[in-house]
Structures are given as C-alpha cells and as structure tokens.
Design a protein around this ligand. Structure first.
Ligand code: BGC
Length: 752
C-alpha cells in the first residue's frame, strides 16, 4: 500500500506557507505572480488599457453601454458603484461574458466608517488607541463589503501642520509616530487577517505624498518639502501602511518640489518601489493625471499620461488620458509595453490576492449586519475615547443627573444629525445619528432638558434666539453649549483662512457666560479651531471633533460621568492663524524665547528703543507658545507621574534600553491615561527637533491605584534622515515620560 509520509522538507514548506498566510494583512503571494504573468501574456492591448482605467458610475449614460463596456474589458475598476445586486451583476458580466473573465475592483471612500460612522480620523487619532481604531476599520470594511465594495480609499494618512487645510479632518494629525501606529492599525482593520475574507477590503494609503503641506493650508496648493522633512515626517505613515501590507497606494493631487506627485519618479518609483519594495497597485487621485497639464508639467494630456506611466502610476481614476493616449504613446516609443505589462500585473495581483478570481460576488444577505448593535457600541466607545477635555475648572464636569434639576442644552450642533457625522460620510445616514440632545434627554429625562437651538447653524449670525437661550440658561442648573463647525466646513476643498468659530457662536457663548451659570462648552468641529477666548470664558470644555453616528450618547456618557474623558490632542492648537505652522517637534532656533524674554505687545512702552524687546523667536502678539500643546488632555481624575528609571543611561548604537515610569491615579475616578514618551537628540549632523514622540500607552488605572508603564527604546528608533542617509548618531539625548508634549519626568542617556 502506498501511504503518504510527509518528508521534513514538505512539512517545513507547509508550515512556512501557513505562517505566511496567517500574517496579519500580509498579502498571499502564492499564485498571484504566476497568474498575472499568464494573464498578461493572453491580453490584447485594449484589454490591458482597460485594466488601467477606473471609471465612475454615470460615465456611461446608458446601462446597456455600461454592460457592453464591461464585456469588452473597457475598464478594470469602478468607483462609487454600490449595492450587492448591482455589483454582483457587473461582476457576473465581467467574469462570465468578458473574453478573459477578469473581475472588477470596486472602490469607494470609506474613510471613517461606512454606515456606522466613527469619529473623523483626526478624532480617532485623539483616542491614541490603535486597537480600537483597527476594530473601527474592521467594522467599516465589514459594512462596506456587503455592498460589493472591495477596495476602500483609506487610510488617509497625510501629515499636516496646517489647521486651515480642510483635509486635516481626514488624517491623523501632525505627528509621524502617532500617525504611523494608526496607519498600521487602519490597514490591518480594512484588510483583516485574510484578504479573501468576504469582510475584508483592499486598503489604499493616500495621498502619496506631501498633499498635507499645501501652502497656506489651501487645498490642492503647491507643496515644498525638504527631503529630511519628507522622510522623517511625511513618509513615515506611508511606510507603516506599506509594512502593514496595504495593497494599494493613491498618488496625490499636489506637486511636490516642482513635480506633480502623480508623475514623480522619485516618489512613485525610487522610494515606493525601489527602496520599500512595494508590489501593489498605485492609482491616481480623481483626474490627477490630466491636471498635470494645468500644473504646467506636461504640454498636453498625452504628455501627462506618458509622464505618469513613466513614473509607475498603474491606474487612472475617473479620467481617460490613459485610454485615449496609450496606443499613440507606444507607437511613438514614449512608453514601453513592459511598463504597461507591469502596471497590469500590479493590478491583477491585487484582484487575485483579494480572492476575486475565485469569488467576485458578495452575499446579498450580508447587509443585515450593517448597523449591528455591537458596531454602534464600538462607535460610541471610540467617540468617547476621541473626546478631549481641554478645561474643567472647579470640577464643573461631570454633572450628576440625580443632583441637578435641569440643564440648558443650547447650540446649533446639539441636534444636528448630519453635521456630527463630519466630512466623507457619503454612506452614513443622518437618521441613524443619535444627537447629543436626544442622548441627554434619554439619559436624564425630557423634563430636565431646556433646549434652545440658539443659532440655526454654525455660520448663522442672527441673534433672535439669544434671549430665549439666556432664559433657558437662567432656569437651569448648568449650560451645555454645543458649537463648532458644520460638516461642510472641513474636508476636501473646504479650507478656511480664518479658523475661529464661525457665525455668532462666540457671541452666543459670551452671552451665556454672562448668566453666571456653569458653562460647559462642547465643540464639534473638523479641525482644531482657534478658541483662546472661548476657552477662557467657559468653565469646562470638551473637544469632540465630528464624533459620528454615536457622538450624542458618547458625549452624554462623559458629561454625566459614566466615564472620564481620556482623549489627547493629536495636533497642536494655535492661538491664531498667524502662528501656523506650529507643531511640537519644531526646532529650537538659535534664539529660543521664554517668559523672561517675551514682552506682550500691549505692554511695550511707547517710544521704547529697538533693542529693548530682545531678539528672540516669538510673536509680539502671540508669544512663543501654542494655545495647547500636542498630547494635551484632561481627565476627571488626577494622574501623578513618578519614578522614571532607565535600565541603563548608555545605549550602544545597535542596542536598546528599557524605560519605566509609575503613574498614580489619585482621584475619585477609574480612568484611562495616555502615557507619552518623548526624546530629544541634542546634537545632530542636521539639527534635531526639541521633542519627538517615540512611544505611548493608553492604560486604565482604577482610582487610588498605581501602574508601572514600560517602554523599550532601541537605538534604531532614534534614526533619522540627514539629507544623505538614515542613521542613528551617537551622542547625548533627553528623554521625558509624561502626560503631554509639554510636561513630563526627565532623564538623560547617551548613545555610543
Ligand atoms: C479625493 C480622494 C478620493 C477620490 C475618490 C478625490 O477627490 O482627493 O481622497 O479618494 O476623490 O472619491
């Protein structure tokens, strides 16, 4: 009898195969290359060009023409085409009626949830909770995939230093380390443990690269980024997304240092492919290929297509410069068939890894899972953890429902279901949002809530409801004022030159403060606003971003003390636009300012001599500090840091040290603290920032208890790009462990 006895080699291979396919988010490579190779060999040029085109619903006016285009392999991907039955039918035509049976990629912007809307990504970043963020993206993928979507244009991981930029809402803020950890988590969430899981979708790291550095924070504007900033800051989250296994990248709209990134060989080829070894597919942003002409980098669309293809941009979104020009470009030898084949292989591999060749269909029954109570509960939890308490004088918060007779709920954002979802929530439905007003009524009872809208929307300047609002405040124990920005004031194309609270909201706040009632301000906005005056006038302030579907219950939980606020700022808050850019990892300058040197503008004596003001780095009006530092956020309890110890105060250039600190919860609340580790490299071959985040932990500490937090800091974590190479340099370092970028216990160490 012939019995099968696996040899050691076979066993090893099996094990290696399993280990590989079990890696989180790691693409299953087996077969993809072979399939792509074989398929490309069978394809006509027209079919190849089709694969390189992504078109949108509506491009083909008539459904018959649309179906015929699928049969002909006219496009390889669709965006914004949704619905299980619709997509299944499109996939059926692609697979059964086109010559080669290649399935379609179906792309959609699933930026912070599909139907269950989570806080805007900037809000999620304030949770400093990669596990929770990963689970949120897993839910987004699970919901979106039921509609036939197999490709999310997320995560958006553009670092920005500019709160005027409307798209600050979509990213993770200013810090490369925090953004990298979250980018990794977001990719893991979207792609799941297995790419062929029906609830997994391909991730798309965007907008590669530098888009968040738009001059003046004006969307689509030019960017200039010196290579050390590019590599030490901007590219970090993209590298993390690549390392997490992101199957696709999207090039940005922007030009970078004079070259539109959609045609930039340095960005798309040298860094992404040659240095990082990315094997996935790169798609343009919407019409970013023809825009190369407007940018003045190509004479016409044909030239733009040539430049994009030469840079390695595989697929064009929404426009047809590839479709219209590839044949001529080949004839003119401006591009090669090898480039076309490579692009098509990159696309086919993604389809293969997603399992679409095996099963391109989705189960129409799956959509019953949408808005599952567990999804909503997670959205509520994330919204709670994303909210940052910026002030709480005299323990104004929490309010105790059993001790108050009534509260005044006021403001244009108190009951605005659409606004609380924020930007990029195409598929969220306002009717699913639970607003703060509803949640508060639900929590403390209708009778205890005196509601006046005050202003109809955030930009409203009419004050005819002010007296009613003040009257409501007068008859209540406390005021809950919900103000901020409507959703349409942030997001793509929604940049603001002035980042104050819009409309008459500040005046409403001032009027309510004058009543003398405890004033709790809740700001729901898509960006960090300049709220210096409002912060002074309020007794307590919660910064809630746009918190999504469950923003209301999450805020009610915090306001009424079901849980303590625990979010921390993922971005520096400026006093006014004149301070921009202002980020915590700025350089020291040769003339750093301090309280000793800064004379506020109003205190300068008339006719003072020039040298009387000193020559240091500050603004006469703003001074030298931001309104609030990166990493800042308060709790209902008090955390005390002590016992910072380093396993060694010397580290070899290849070694690491262990850093420990003790955090004590000395208050009356069980609560989470986000413990942050920063370093400063005192001297470098190029100057180094005054602080850099190198680690953080969100930990729960019961009241009265103490926790020990431990970090491993490796010399490799201290590496930076100095204009020529990336390396860790020996020398002296500072280290802090603390509650934000401005405070903390200090130690020193040396790298040898
Ligand atoms: C945005 C992208 C988005 C694409 C598709 C563009 O305008 O910049 O972020 O993925 O549209 O909707």
């Amino acid at each position: 009898m012939n019995t099968f006895k696996p040899s050691l080699v076979v066993l090893f291979l099996l094990f290696a195969l399993l280990a590989n396919s079990c890696k989180t988010g790691a693409p299953v490579n087996d077969g993809a290359d072979t399939m792509a190779e074989k398929m490309v060999a069978r394809m006509t040029l027209d079919e190849k060009i089709g694969q390189m085109s992504q078109l949108f619903d509506g491009y083909f006016g008539d459904y018959e023409q649309f179906k015929q285009a699928i049969r002909e392999g006219r496009f390889g991907s669709l965006l914004n085409y949704l619905g299980a039955d619709k997509v299944n039918e499109a996939q059926r035509i692609a697979v059964e009626e086109s010559r080669l049976g290649i399935p379609l990629l179906i792309g959609r912007d699933v930026i912070h949830g599909y139907r269950t809307i989570f806080p805007i990504p900037l809000g999620m970043a304030a949770s400093w909770n990669p596990e929770a963020v990963k689970a949120a993206f897993r839910i987004a993928a699970a919901e979106a995939s039921t509609q036939g979507i197999n490709w999310a244009f997320a995560p958006m991981i553009d670092i920005t230093w500019d709160p005027r930029w409307g798209r600050i809402a979509e990213g993770c803020g200013e810090d490369p380390y925090l953004a990298s950890t979250l980018a990794y988590a977001m990719v893991e969430g979207l792609q799941g443990d297995s790419l062929t899981d029906p609830a997994s979708v391909a991730a798309c790291a965007k907008h590669y690269a530098g888009y968040g550095f738009a001059e003046a924070g004006r969307d689509y504007n030019t960017t200039y980024i010196a290579e050390p900033v590019l590599r030490n800051v901007v590219l970090k989250p993209f590298k993390a997304a690549k390392d997490a296994g992101a199957l696709t990248f999207m090039s940005g709209f922007n030009e970078l240092n004079g070259i539109p990134v959609s045609a930039d060989q340095f960005i798309l080829k040298q860094i992404l492919r040659d240095e990082w070894g990315f094997e996935g597919l790169v798609i343009s942003d919407w019409a970013s290929v023809p825009q190369i002409v407007d940018q003045g980098y190509a004479v016409d669309e044909k030239d733009a297509a040539a430049k994009a293809i030469n840079a390695g941009l595989d697929m064009e979104m929404a426009t047809t410069t590839y479709f219209d020009n590839i044949k001529t470009l080949l004839d003119e030898k401006k591009i090669t068939m090898e480039q076309i084949d490579n692009a098509v292989k990159n696309i086919l591999r993604v389809k293969y890894k997603l399992g679409l060749f095996e099963n391109p269909y989705v189960d129409p029954e799956a959509e019953k899972k949408i808005l599952d109570p567990s999804f909503l509960e997670h959205a509520r939890m994330v919204a709670r953890q994303s909210t940052v308490m910026l002030k709480n004088d005299s323990n104004t918060l929490p309010l105790f429902a059993d001790k108050i007779s009534s509260v005044a709920v006021i403001g244009p954002l108190a009951d605005s279901p659409r606004d609380q979802m924020g930007t990029w929530s195409f598929d969220g439905l306002p009717e699913n949002s639970v607003t703060p007003l509803e949640a508060i009524r639900d929590m403390i009872g209708d009778r205890k809530v005196n509601y006046v809208q005050g202003l109809k929307y955030s930009r409203d300047r009419t004050k005819d409801q002010f007296s009613a609002a003040m009257a409501a405040a007068d008859r209540s124990d406390a005021i809950l004022l919900f103000i901020g920005e409507e959703w349409i004031l942030s997001g793509e194309g929604q940049s603001r030159g002035n980042i104050d609270l819009p409309g008459a909201q500040s005046e409403l706040l001032t009027a309510l403060a004058a009543t003398g009632k405890p004033l709790v301000v809740i700001i729901m906005a898509g960006r960090p606003l300049a709220i210096g005056d409002e912060l002074k006038e309020s007794d307590a302030l919660l910064y809630a971003w746009h918190g999504g579907t469950m923003a209301g219950p999450a805020l009610a939980d915090l306001i009424f003390g079901k849980e303590s606020p625990s979010g921390k700022l993922p971005v520096t808050f400026v006093k006014g636009e004149g301070q921009i850019p202002f980020y915590y990892y700025r350089k020291n300058t040769g003339r750093p300012a301090s309280d000793r040197t800064w004379t506020p503008i109003d205190e300068i004596p008339v006719e003072n001599p020039q040298s009387s003001l000193g020559y240091e780095s500050f603004h006469l009006d703003y001074g030298y500090t931001p309104l609030l530092p990166f990493g800042y956020g308060l709790s209902y309890t008090t955390f005390t840091y002590s016992d910072l110890t380093l396993s060694d105060d010397e580290m070899s250039i290849t070694g690491s040290i262990t850093v420990k600190a003790t955090v004590t919860n000395g208050g009356e609340w069980d609560a989470d603290e986000i413990v942050q580790l920063y370093i400063r490299d005192r001297v470098g071959s190029i100057t180094r920032p005054i602080k850099e985040l190198k680690g953080y932990r969100r930990i729960t500490i019961p009241k009265g208890e103490t926790a020990e937090v431990e970090f491993t800091l490796a010399a490799a974590d201290l590496a930076f790009f100095n204009g020529r190479e990336t390396l860790t340099e020996p020398g002296e370092f500072d280290l802090w462990v603390g509650p934000n970028s401005d405070e903390g216990l200090h130690a020193e160490f040396i790298v040898r």
